[in-house]
Design a protein around this ligand. Structure first.
Ligand SMILES: [Zn+2]
Ligand SMILES: [Zn+2]
Length: 287
């Protein structure tokens, strides 16, 4: 069976429901990789809620999954309290991600469900949840080899490259990453070539493409990229396909259409042959 990557949340910063975002979607970051053995979930934004609903409806028996968290900004963890499979006994989840400024990942996730701000504590959930902290470097899941790379974004943010152990092509999930100048991040001078090496030969690159060329100058140091910057990186790394991700909340569907059109035009000139798409809720890509 071919592994399939599904987008459940594509938006950055805050959910943006409404008539203007029906095609690309209003839920925040969440993807799943199914069909390669144990289920893998990338980020736990509000898109995790519809994924949880789908799993409850379509899965028989206990569910076991690995959840990789890029970092703990709200838009990447806010779906966790509403992930229904966490309330079902017999289910098992391993959550992977980095500590933040010396604060353990588990503590951050517990704070999001503190009685001050949420009615049900993380510890009251019926499923078994194990939290594992990761640092840049390699680790293995049941059915994937994973590499993590520190990104240029406030806090400790990790990009993940996943290669199926059995069959299927590799993907890299690199969101909340500033490719342009600006920002004061604790990364070395070799960061950019290191990132290109980390991504070398990845089939599908999912990359932060939040800012338009018009706005990026005013937002240097905020930790995000433009679609054109993502194209240049995909070209350097020799990727086959680039998926623009973490859409700006102010961009409605037609704004993303225009951005995508401009990006494809740019890619035709700079990286001929690169396939460029914009992430849309419900979009499925075979790996
Ligand atoms: Zn984000
Ligand atoms: Zn962030």
């Amino acid at each position: 069976m071919t592994p399939t990557l599904t987008f459940w949340g594509t938006r950055g910063s805050i959910p943006t429901p409404g008539p203007g975002t029906t095609r690309y979607g209003g839920n925040t970051a969440c993807l799943s990789i199914a069909g390669a053995g144990r289920l893998v979930i990338l980020d736990a934004g509000s898109g995790l809620r519809p994924l949880g609903h789908d799993l409850m409806v379509h899965r028989d028996g206990p569910l076991k999954a690995d959840i990789l968290i890029s970092h703990t900004h709200w838009d990447h963890i806010q779906g966790l309290p509403f992930f229904k499979p966490l309330s079902a006994p017999g289910n098992e989840f391993c959550i992977f991600g980095a500590a933040q400024n010396g604060v353990p990942l588990e503590e951050i996730l517990r704070h999001q469900m503190d009685p001050m701000v949420f009615p049900v504590p993380l510890t009251a959930l019926a499923a078994k949840v194990q939290v594992t902290e990761v640092v840049p470097g390699d680790f293995v899941l049941t059915d994937f080899r994973v590499s993590a790379y520190r990104l240029r974004h406030p806090g400790t943010t990790l990009g993940y490259r996943l290669t199926p152990k059995h069959s299927g092509r590799s993907i890299a999930y690199v969101t909340d990453n500033e490719l342009g100048e600006g920002g004061d991040y604790p990364v070395g001078p070799d960061w950019r070539p290191g990132l290109a090496r980390f991504l070398q030969g990845t089939d599908t690159l999912i990359h932060d493409a939040m800012y338009s060329e018009q706005i990026v100058q005013a937002r240097r140091g905020w930790g995000h990229s433009t679609p054109r910057e993502a194209v240049e990186l995909a070209g350097e790394a020799g990727c086959r396909r680039l998926v623009l991700f973490h859409h700006e909340p102010e961009h409605d569907d037609s704004a993303i259409d225009r951005l995508l059109e401009d990006t494809r035009e740019f890619a035709r000139r700079i990286v001929p042959g690169l396939e460029v798409d914009a992430a849309a809720e419900g979009m499925e890509l075979p790996l």
